[in-house]
Design a protein around this ligand. Structure first.
Ligand SMILES: *Cc1c(COP(=O)(O)O)cnc(C)c1O
Length: 400
């Protein structure tokens, strides 16, 4: 057929690295530390709430397009309780089919053909696809230096009056970096000085570790009115299969997002919305225990990867750890990740695929630690074969 099928601007997004690596994991029987989903389900009371809603016939038919009132109320209350933000539950919140749809609806609503969107790279792949869908132009700003901090001088240089939006993600996937108040302050000043919007992807807002609290940029002076903040029930409560997320912010921005979102999935799963409202209302113990559990998993994987000889950038948030794999004798992360399933029976993801500037992510690989401690220990055992000296570590191999 000579005719065009896929629109050209989406061709570069044709292959998802996650699908490719998960297929490789299946073929080789590898432990999949590539895709970021927990191997333990979230709170029982939320599962019961979803089952009860189904049994009682609540939410089994189309819920309201902008989200169930009880969930919009819970989201507004959550923003007040954790961050002191005053969000209008009727006009300032929209529920979506995951943070992914909230992001895409936001980009499609706010970005017109030719508009520039500045984002830190490595970026989450959904951002690049979303900007292309909208016909916008993505402009990368690196996370740089040995600790992968946001390059604020580069941001200052690349944000101009023709920038429509800065797309921010903290805690940051894939690096595990949590932006500091000082960094956010500079980003806020740049946004205000250039009068651009901010899209804040806060999918990992509850996944930060001791000493690195998450600070929503919308809490900084002058920022609420120009920021759409995005949350993910899948990430906050370990129900990534339920696909409930949301956007919140000032009424004028959220109105724009609502207009587009109603024409995407129209509504998001009703019974799960009831369950998310229960989750958002859980007391602080849930959130602190969730973090503590993940921090323990982080510590297992960080220690194991460092022991093998990689340089580890200790994650401050998210459920990913980044390592520099060049000390193991590999030229870059992609080469390493392509060899890893066959050589060691483990799957990880290279940062390179999330960067336009190939020099930015080249040495780095992302590993997910949202897995049970026994799985992490087994992965570390398998990775012993990757030691640069070819010798097994102090703990010995497991015969793999
Ligand atoms: C997982 C993820 C999302 C998408 O969240 P869903 O609620 O599953 O759609 C958005 N942003 C980042 C950075 C993520 O890692």
């Amino acid at each position: 057929m000579g005719e065009r099928l896929l629109v050209p601007r989406m061709e570069e997004h044709a292959v998802s690295i996650f699908a490719r690596m998960s297929t490789l994991a299946m073929q080789t029987g590898a432990i999949n530390l590539g895709q970021g989903f927990p191997d333990t389900d979230g709170p029982l009371i939320m599962r019961e709430a979803a089952m009860q809603a189904i049994a009682e016939g609540r939410g089994n038919q189309y819920p309201p397009p902008n989200g169930l009132p009880v969930l919009r109320q819970a989201i507004a209350e959550h923003q007040r309780r954790f961050y002191g933000l005053e969000v209008d539950p009727d006009l300032g919140v929209v529920v979506a089919t995951g943070a992914s749809e909230a992001l895409q609806a936001t980009l499609l609503a706010l970005i017109d053909a030719g508009d520039e969107v500045v984002m830190f790279e490595p970026w989450f792949d959904v951002y690049a696809a979303g900007v292309s869908l909208a016909g916008g132009r993505r402009i990368g700003v690196p996370l740089s230096g040995p600790d992968l901090r946001p390059d604020l001088a580069a941001l200052q240089a690349r944000v101009t009056p023709s920038t429509r939006a800065i797309l921010l993600n903290s805690p940051h996937n894939p690096s595990g970096v949590v932006f500091t108040r000082e960094e956010l302050q500079v980003i806020a000043e740049i946004a205000i000085n250039n009068d651009c919007l901010v899209i804040a992807d806060e999918a990992y807002e509850h996944l930060w570790f001791a000493g690195h609290p998450h600070i929503p940029i919308a809490t900084l002076p002058g920022m609420f009115e120009r920021t759409v903040t995005i949350g993910s029930g899948g990430k906050s409560f370990s129900f990534t299969g339920w696909k409930v997320g949301w956007a919140s912010g000032p009424a004028d921005l959220i109105r724009a997002v609502r207009v587009v979102r109603q024409h995407l999935s129209y509504v998001s799963g009703g019974p799960f919305q009831y369950a998310m409202a229960v989750g958002l209302g859980m007391d602080d113990t849930y959130f602190s225990e969730f973090r503590a559990g993940l921090q323990a998993q982080r510590d297992i994987l960080v220690a194991g990867l460092a022991d093998i000889g990689m340089r580890v950038i200790e994650p401050q948030g998210t459920y990913f750890v980044t390592t520099d794999v060049t000390p193991l004798g590999f030229p870059d992360g992609m080469t390493f990740c392509e060899a890893l399933p066959e050589k060691a029976g483990v799957v990880a993801i290279p940062h390179q695929v999330f960067c336009d500037d190939p020099s930015v992510g080249a040495p780095y690989v992302r590993w997910a630690f949202c897995k049970q401690p026994a799985v992490l220990a087994q992965a570390i055992d398998r990775l012993q074969v990757m030691r640069p000296d070819g010798h097994v570590g102090p703990d010995g191999p497991d015969g793999h």
